[in-house]
Design a protein around this ligand. Structure first.
Ligand code: COA
Length: 261
């Protein structure tokens, strides 16, 4: 029994004792009024006392918020198939327009390294978003970062293959889209994806070897989320043919920021 309930019992006992003493010591006429008043109010008091006394309280420790969200959200992240690549191409077209990577280039990349493409599905198994994490070979990556070539000019053979994943030291987050209009559901899907981030990284590389991650902000939403996770501009949009800022973050910093979620 907790102290609050004990306090209620003591107060009730004192109250009842006080009422009995008052009734016995009151003049006879007043005593009748007191008894009638008590008979009228007592059922109401007893009703609320019973509710207070027997109401159930949670005794289990609360599940951490993140776990509840993922359980309720039910979003699943899986490696994309070639069939999904067509869907990804259409999604990029919808959000990035002229900046979208053409379907054939995405297929070429996917053939070179099928482990670099991920789709997010909702509870019903419908695709709601995707993320591509490209392991670009250093020579091409430097040309791209420097603004000498655009994303679309990166060829399939410029990506490390799955068997070369131990050699990957830097990754380029080519695209992240969560095509969910409801802000809360989008947040849940994004959260589910980020909770899996380390696993996704290990599909294309050995995470212990990764030093830096790069990303390009093709939209204002992209710029915002990239900045929130600690990325900073390494090549200004003005110096690039695609007119978009390129960002970088140390992998250790990104992991710390994701862990804070
Ligand atoms: C990147 C992304 C996953 C971030 O999710 P998020 O943090 O929940 O998005 P934000 O809160 O930054 O959204 C900013 C605005 O865009 C709108 N928006 C974002 N994603 C949306 C979506 N999938 N459908 C409809 N509206 C969307 C929001 O309503 C919000 O508008 P508001 O500020 O007027 O309310 C998400 O914005 C997205 O998928 N955007 C489309 C693709 C994109 O820009 N990718 C980044 C490429 S670098």
């Amino acid at each position: 029994m907790n102290t609050t309930r004990l306090g209620v019992i003591v107060l009730n006992t004192l109250g009842v004792t006080g009422a009995i003493v008052t009734i016995y010591t009151a003049p006879e006429k007043l005593r009748v009024y007191i008894v009638i008043g008590l008979l009228l109010t007592l059922p109401i008091i007893i009703f609320f006392e019973v509710i207070f006394f027997f109401r159930t309280r949670p005794t289990q420790p609360a599940i951490p918020v993140g776990d509840v969200r993922v359980l309720r959200a039910g979003y699943v992240v899986r490696t994309a198939t070639e069939h999904d690549i067509v869907w990804i191409a259409n999604l990029e077209q919808k959000w990035f327009h002229q900046d979208a990577v053409p379907k054939d280039r995405l297929i070429e990349w996917h053939k070179a390294n099928p482990n670099a493409f991920f789709v997010i599905e909702d509870k019903a198994g419908d695709k709601v978003g995707h993320m591509d994490i490209l392991p670009i070979r250093p020579g091409t990556l430097n040309q791209f970062l420097d603004g000498q070539i655009t994303e679309k000019e990166i060829l399939g053979d410029c990506l490390y293959t799955p068997s070369e994943k131990g050699a990957v030291k830097a990754l380029y987050v080519e695209s992240l889209i969560i095509d969910v209009p409801n802000i809360h559901h989008r947040g849940l899907a994004l959260h589910s994806l980020l909770l899996e981030f380390n696993r996704l990284i290990s599909e294309v590389s050995d995470p212990n070897n990764i030093e830096t991650l790069y990303a390009m902000a093709a939209t204002s939403q992209g710029a915002r989320i990239i900045s929130e996770f600690g990325f900073s501009v390494v090549k200004n949009a003005k110096e690039r043919p695609d007119h978009h800022d390129v960002y970088a973050v140390k992998f250790a910093t990104l992991k710390e920021n994701i862990a804070k979620l």
